[in-house]
Design a protein around this ligand. Structure first.
Ligand SMILES: Cc1cc2nc3c(=O)[nH]c(=O)nc-3n(C[C@H](O)[C@H](O)[C@H](O)COP(=O)(O)OP(=O)(O)OC[C@H]3O[C@@H](n4cnc5c(N)ncnc54)[C@H](O)[C@@H]3O)c2cc1C
Length: 244
């Protein structure tokens, strides 16, 4: 557990931003923060009372409030089934009821199959900070991080075109070593791969390893991960009927 020296539970985003400006950090579901054993003292801003957990459709988009939990995503029938399934696969049920979509985006976990599903659904992240509100594409946010002193308030995804994931893991219940998620739309084929970079990445469906240089670990070497990315991308693309 981190050394929490202060806990705040504001009821407006403006109050939360003031607290972030004074060095506090956001606390969402706490599955990352409360598992952190870094002893550095922290002051936390609990986001629970900010009313950020709605899930709603808007034209051809779905807006996921940052505080919607992975359980909410897994059980909401408005979600594309591939995104709901990825939320279910991400964490065990005990953690799904806590972990949030905003926390998942902020944590940028390299193995996150939910982030991969959001990427192929062209996710855009609504962020509010000292300079006002802005929308950042998910690939940009994953590579650059959240702007200093800002909060994620929602993630918007495009509807239409179901996604399919193909993965290799040590056991069926384990986090994939590498996974490829594909989605086919009228505009083309989207593919996102996990386990090959610091965070999940969109790749070229025909050349999925271009520009990648994954780190090897006890679960798989660099070359093994690259080979998996090629094979799993081909399988996922074939499963959605992409690129003849
Ligand atoms: C046992 C265990 C297993 C796990 N397994 C997996 C796994 O298989 N795959 C995976 O991807 N992850 C895994 N995780 C990591 C984690 O559960 C997820 O990343 C989770 O979704 C984080 O969400 P949270 O709401 O709990 O975030 P929190 O712990 O509350 O916060 C995480 C980080 O995000 C910041 N943050 C949270 N919300 C916001 C916001 N709205 N705006 C700005 N910053 C914000 C926090 O300040 C903190 O830095 C695991 C964690 C544990 C403890």
């Amino acid at each position: 557990m981190p050394r929490a020296i202060a806990y705040h539970r504001p009821s407006t985003v403006a109050e939360a931003l003031d607290l972030l400006g004074n060095g506090c950090i956001p606390l969402a579901g706490g599955t990352v923060l409360n598992a952190d054993d870094d002893p550095t003292p922290v002051s936390m801003v609990d986001l629970q009372a900010l009313n950020l957990s709605d899930i709603a459709t808007n034209d051809d988009e779905l807006r996921l409030g940052a505080m919607a939990t992975l359980h909410d995503l897994a059980t909401n029938h408005q979600l594309p089934s591939g995104v709901a399934e990825a939320a279910r696969a991400e964490l065990p049920s005990t953690l799904r009821t806590l972990a949030t979509v905003g926390g998942t985006v902020a944590a940028r976990n390299a193995d996150s199959v939910l982030l991969a599903a959001l990427l192929v659904h062209e996710a855009a992240v609504e962020v509010v900070g000292p300079g006002g509100s802005t929308t950042i594409t998910l690939p940009h946010l994953l590579s650059e991080g959240i702007p200093e002193g800002s909060l994620i308030t929602a993630v918007r995804i495009a509807l239409g075109g179901e996604s399919v994931r193909r993965s290799t893991a040590r056991t069926p219940a384990d986090q994939p070593i590498v996974s490829a998620t594909a989605r086919q739309t009228q505009d083309g084929t989207w593919v996102a791969v996990t386990g090959v970079a610091d965070h999940p990445v969109l790749v070229d469906p025909e050349n999925p390893t271009v520009g990648l240089n994954p780190s090897g670990d006890f679960r798989g070497s660099r070359d093994y991960r690259c080979r998996l990315a090629e094979v799993l991308t081909a399988r996922a693309v074939a499963a959605v009927g992409g690129i003849a």
